[in-house]
Design a protein around this ligand. Structure first.
Ligand code: ZN
Length: 281
């Protein structure tokens, strides 16, 4: 499933093509994916212009010129296809935007879990989402408060979109490895130092992934390079890039999880070897 870096990459790629376009028509072959209903969304979109394209969590947000918004969630297999890019008609087209320029945007979705929602109130539509991990208000203190207030295992906690928006299986595993934390650690037992390291790890891995255009591990999301930089996700039995120990896969809260058993010890605090700083000038 595309996570924050993949959705951010899609938004950046499609922004120059979509912003300024006027929608001539909107059609779907899968009305179940459209909220509140296909007829209402069709009439809300027709003749509207797209004024901006942004991201909130894993949602793609199309801003329309009547101060309403269209939220697209790709879920398992959703993707955008630009008609000009695809001389062949792409597979699994569920919805189509035709613009007054004659160009078309397809929403393709093999597994049909993707969702398209029109709203007149973006704040209400996104009220269930936690903070953006790359936003300024997501401070080390904010994460410390989140961890302290909840007594949940780190893995399901970080995956919960109402706690932090945008992390999925890949970047949760990667951030926890970089922070040296076992994913089954209970959040209120994370020390201040560990919490600060986790904050830094979440942000640095997301920034690195955006720079690498996200992770491409299947045909659904092509074009990314981050898979070459992953340290644990999808690397079962391969050596840890930090210590050489084989990466282990396990299930935590029903989710496939990848760890280095040495860098992410179960109940212990990671032993950090710190050189004593010399006070001599
Ligand atoms: Zn290791």
């Amino acid at each position: 499933m595309p996570e924050l870096p993949e959705v951010e990459t899609i938004v950046r790629n499609f922004r120059p093509r979509l912003v300024g376009q006027r929608i001539a028509s909107f059609n779907t072959s899968w009305p179940k994916s459209i909220t509140p209903s296909f007829p209402r969304v069709r009439s809300a979109l027709t003749d509207r212009s797209i004024t901006a394209l942004t991201r909130r969590g894993k949602f793609i947000v199309l801003h329309l010129n009547d101060a309403s918004w269209l939220l697209v969630h790709l879920r398992m297999s959703g993707r955008f296809e630009w008609a000009a890019d695809a001389p062949r008609r792409p597979n699994h087209i569920r919805s189509t935007w035709r613009f007054t320029t004659g160009e078309k945007l397809y929403f393709c979705d093999a597994r049909k879990f993707g969702r398209i929602t029109h709203t007149h109130d973006l704040a209400i539509a996104t009220a269930d989402l936690g903070p953006e991990p790359l936003a300024r208000n997501f401070t080390p203190t904010a994460l410390r408060t989140i961890l302290k207030q909840r007594r949940r295992q780190l893995k399901p906690l970080l995956l919960d979109q109402s706690v932090i928006a945008g992390l999925g299986n890949i970047y949760t595993d990667e951030a926890l490895h970089r922070a040296g934390l076992h994913p089954a650690t209970t959040s209120d037992r994370v020390s201040a130092t560990q919490s600060e390291r986790l904050h830094e790890s979440i942000r640095s891995v997301l920034r690195l992934a955006i720079r690498n255009h996200g992770t491409s591990i299947d045909w659904i999301y092509p074009g990314g390079w981050m898979q070459k930089r992953l340290r644990v996700y999808g690397r079962t039995n391969e050596p840890c890039r930090t210590c050489g120990t084989p990466i282990k896969s396990l299930r935590i809260a029903q989710r496939g999880t990848h760890i280095c058993p040495k860098c992410q010890p179960k109940n212990g605090h990671k032993r950090t070897r710190r050189r004593k700083r010399s006070t001599k000038g």
